[in-house]
Each structure stands twice: as structure tokens, then as C-alpha cells.
Design a protein around this ligand. Structure first.
Ligand code: ADQ
Length: 476
């Protein structure tokens, strides 16, 4: 049996991509991402293992080592991909946890697949974790894993982090297997959220649904204590700053401005094509400002990058149609030959190209109806070492708690969005500079490495205090 790890990450996806080299060989490469960057030092120091799905269906590749990380693939069949991932994760839980901005779909066979896939991940973690190891489970696809894993391996320190919002009680109560999900999460020693409000929703739900007692953010379950807390995730700030300062990126940013016809104002949106991101309402605000004559085509141009996402899920197919229709409408009504009002790019980009877009943009619009954090907002701020640029940010993004110097808006209020955008367009450079500086200072001390370290330290403390409670402290 392979050597067991004292640190294990369990996430739906492995941080690797399979690529073809120039001589036609298939090879694994770590995929760039904040989570893997942040956890890389911890993983290599402890001979850590990352458990997750490698993409593709059918048999999983054999475990292998890559850049100091043990990679442990978990298989998914085509049927499971449809039911556990596209169904239960992305058509039930995702919309429900985002304020039900799209109607969640509930299906028994999706739930069953979610349960059996979660069991497979828990089993894999139980096999690779060394005695007393730390296991960190990630996100909404794997909410049953903490309890399943505790059942198999009560010696482990188990942490869970939810990257998306945790809904208020009234919404959570819609879910048919709600108690099972809650008990799943309560298998952890520490349950981390992006926001304090989410952690509060969680502890209140534990009392409401299971009648558990809590004190502050500590819930008593079966004689154990489960801690809940807020750990707002962040970006690799220094890496983003370095990227934006790269002369090639700077040159590309100038080129982008020129290609767009050197307009006065470039308004940028960068999102996964997801209905939570508020892409449509942003386009509508732009259309109305053009119609009102407050913005003029040629002076102002909008660039909307919408990364293809979850394309087999129905909600996403209809969103794509709506967004593309709106882009067509705006360009049809306001564009001129060779001068479109909106540039719409349904593509993935390299980090370099994204950084160049951030550097080129005068106004960044991040207007989700609900978002756990939103890293795009933080990436934009980190890229603006020139302290130019303005961030228009939805109050419903987790990032709004920290990025207080942005131009905040309520995405449900079209006039409010238009007003924030116009204030950002008209702001004096000195004001923009002042706002950017404060946000940049915050990001330098609150980066993704600090996030991971804070969570893991809190997990140590939470797991230490796990000793059985006295009889009277049992749940009521
Ligand atoms: P997401 O919903 O995916 O993440 P976000 O936080 O904005 O949203 O992260 C998107 C990432 O993808 C960013 O790093 C961005 O640079 C990148 N990206 C976007 N468009 C791209 C493109 N066209 N090409 C290449 N890269 C692109 C979920 C939650 C968020 C939470 C994160 C992290 O929904 O609320 O912030 O997890 O916890």
C-alpha cells in the first residue's frame, strides 16, 4: 500500500489537466488556480495528497505524483457526472444556495448519486490519510463527506470549506434531504464559510433543524464540538501584481485599448457564464445609459468575457441564449459599422490575457446577484498598481465586505447599477487612486496563503477541543 499522508485535500476536481506535448505525448500538468497555489507549500511539506476527479468518465487514472503532490483520482461514470455533478450539485444545490435566483430542481436519483459519489470520496480519504491526519474537504459537491469520513476514521481532524454562500434557514429548508446534508457538514471539526452571515445561518440551522445547542459559533453534536467560522478567500496578490507589471502584459493592455479604438472608457466584465453573476442586468444598464445619451458609442465600449461553463445544464443553456440576444440587441440598436457597443467573448483566456484586460479597463463591473466571494473583483484591484481604474461591485458579492472603497451597488435595482457605473465613469483620478490604494493594501495582507493558514490553524484548535463533552452538554 502507498505511503499515507498527514495532510489530505478532498475536492471535486483535481488541480491537474492532461495536455498533449508537441511530440504527441499525453502528460499531466498542475492547473493554475488559487487553491492549489495556496495549498502547494502545505501539501509538499507534509507529503500531502489531493483527492478528486480528473475529468473524463469511466475508469480513473492510477494515483501519481506531480510537483511534490500525491494525486489520487476518483472515477465518475457518465451517469454519475450527469446526476451527482450536473444534477444535484449544479441544478439543485448551486441555485438553492444562491438565493434560488434560478429555481432549484429536486430529483431523487440525483440525490442518490450524490450520496454514493460522496461515499467514494470519503472512502478514498479514509484510505490515504495517516493516523490523526488533517483532511480538508472543499465545497458544495462534497457536503456529506465530513460525516461519512468521521464514521470511517474518527481519529482524523476534518475541516470543510464552502466556497459558495450558505443560505438562510427558510431557503435551506426546501431541500428534500436537508437533515442529511446538515449532518454531513457537522461531521467536520471546523466548517468554514466566506462570510460571517453564512456561518450564522449554519449554526442557527443546526438548532432549528436538529435541535442542537450552540454557543457563539460552536455547535454541540453527539458530545463533540463543531466550530463554524468565516474565512474569506483571496487571491495570490503578489503573483497578480507581478503579472500586471510584466512589460508584455502592459504592452498587450495598450494594444487592447488601440484595438478597441482608444475609447475614453472601457467597461469590462469577466465571469463564468453563470446566472448568478448578473451579466444580463449589467448589459441592460449599459443599454439604458446609451439610450439615455449618458454614454456614447465610440466614447464608451463594453467588453464582456463570459467563460463557457456547465454547458449541459439547462439553466446555463437558456442563460447563454438570453445574454447573446441582449448583446445582439445592443449592437443592433447602437453599434456602427466597425464600432460595436459591446464586445462579447465566450472564451477562456490565459492569466496573462486576463491581466492585460484588467490593466486596460477603466471600469470593472462585478454585479452578481449573489456570490460567495468573487475573485475577479480582487484580481482587478491587484492588477491596478497604477491606481487607475474603478471597481463597480455588487453588495451581494462576498468581496463587498472587504472592498468597501469600490462603487457598491444593489444589482436588483437597475437605477442603482446605472448610478454606480456613471459615478465610476466620472470619478476624478485622485479619488480613484485613494480608493484603489486602500483596497490594495488590504489584499497584500489578506492573500490566499494567509486564508489557508488561518483556516488550518483554526482547524488545529477546533480539533484539539474535540474531547467528549460532559453528559449535561449533550444536544437538546
Ligand atoms: P467562481 O464562481 O468560479 O468561484 P470567481 O471567484 O470569480 O467565481 O472565480 C473565477 C476565476 O476564474 C477567477 O480567478 C478568474 O480569473 C477566472 N476566469 C474567469 N473568466 C475566465 C476566462 N475567460 N478565462 C480564464 N479564466 C477566467 C467560486 C465562487 C466564488 C468564489 C470562488 C473561490 O462562486 O464566489 O470566490 O469559488 O472561493
Amino acid at each position: 500500500m502507498a505511503e499515507r499522508s498527514s495532510f489530505v485535500v478532498v475536492a471535486n476536481r483535481l488541480p491537474v489537466d492532461e495536455v498533449t506535448t508537441p511530440d504527441g505525448e499525453r502528460q499531466w500538468r498542475t492547473s493554475p488556480g488559487g487553491l492549489v497555489t495556496a495549498l502547494h507549500p502545505v501539501l509538499t511539506e507534509h507529503g500531502g495528497t489531493w483527492i478528486g476527479w480528473a475529468g473524463g468518465t469511466g475508469e480513473a487514472p492510477e494515483p501519481f505524483d506531480l510537483e511534490g503532490i500525491h494525486i489520487h483520482p476518483v472515477p465518475l461514470s457518465a451517469d454519475e457526472l450527469e446526476r451527482y455533478y450536473e444534477g444535484q450539485s449544479n441544478a439543485t444545490i448551486w441555485p438553492l444556495y444562491h438565493d434560488a435566483v434560478e429555481t432549484p430542481v429536486y430529483k431523487r436519483r440525483w440525490r442518490e448519486a450524490y450520496r454514493s459519489v460522496n461515499q467514494r470520496f470519503a472512502q478514498a480519504a479514509a484510505e490515504v490519510a495517516a493516523d490523526g491526519a488533517t483532511v480538508w474537504v472543499q465545497d458544495y459537491q462534497l457536503q456529506l463527506v465530513p460525516a461519512m469520513l468521521r464514521e470511517l476514521r474518527p481519529d482524523l481532524k476534518i475541516g470543510f470549506f464552502l466556497h459558495i454562500p450558505f443560505p438562510p434557514i427558510e431557503l435551506f429548508m426546501q431541500m428534500p434531504f436537508r437533515a442529511e446534508v446538515l449532518r454531513g457538514l457537522l461531521g467536520a471539526d471546523l466548517v468554514g464559510f466566506q462570510q460571517r452571515l453564512a456561518a450564522q445561518n449554519f449554526v442557527r440551522l443546526a438548532r432549528h433543524l436538529l435541535g442542537l445547542r450552540y454557543e457563539g459559533q460552536s455547535i454541540q453534536v453527539d458530545g463533540r464540538k463543531v466550530k463554524a467560522g468565516a474565512f474569506p478567500i483571496s487571491i495570490d496578490t503578489r503573483e497578480m501584481e507581478r503579472l500586471a507589471a510584466d512589460p508584455k502584459v502592459q504592452a498587450r493592455a495598450k494594444e487592447i485599448r488601440a484595438e478597441l479604438g482608444d475609447p475614453k472608457t472601457i467597461i469590462l466584465g469577466v465571469d463564468r457564464l453563470d446566472y448568478t453573476k448578473g451579466i444580463e442586468l449589467r448589459l441592460k444598464a449599459f443599454r439604458e445609459l446609451l439610450a439615455d445619451g449618458k454614454l456614447k458609442v465610440g466614447d464608451a465600449v463594453m467588453v464582456q468575457v463570459a467563460t463557457p461553463s456547465r454547458e449541459r445544464v439547462e439553466h446555463y443553456q437558456s442563460l447563454r441564449v438570453k445574454v447573446e440576444r441582449e448583446v445582439g440587441r445592443i449592437n443592433g440598436e447602437f453599434g456602427r459599422v466597425g464600432v460595436p457597443a459591446v464586445h462579447y467573448l465566450h472564451q477562456s483566456y490565459s492569466k496573462q490575457e486576463l491581466a492585460a484586460l484588467y490593466v486596460a479597463a477603466d471600469v470593472m463591473m462585478v454585479t452578481p446577484l449573489r456570490d460567495g466571494m468573487n475573485l475577479v473583483a480582487k484580481e482587478y484591484v491587484a492588477c491596478r498598481a497604477d491606481t487607475g481604474g474603478a471597481l463597480v461591485l455588487s453588495e451581494f458579492a462576498g468581496a463587498a465586505t472587504e472592498m468597501r472603497q469600490s462603487f457598491l451597488c444593489n444589482p436588483h435595482d437597475p437605477d442603482g447599477v446605472k448610478d454606480a457605473l456613471m459615478r465610476a465613469v466620472a470619478a476624478e483620478p485622485a479619488e480613484l487612486k485613494r480608493r484603489m490604494r486602500v483596497m490594495q493594501r488590504h489584499l497584500r495582507t489578506h492573500d490566499v496563503a494567509q486564508w489557508a493558514q488561518t483556516f488550518l490553524e483554526a482547524l488545529e484548535v477546533a480539533a484539539e477541543g474535540r474531547a467528549p463533552e460532559s453528559a449535561e452538554a449533550q444536544s437538546t
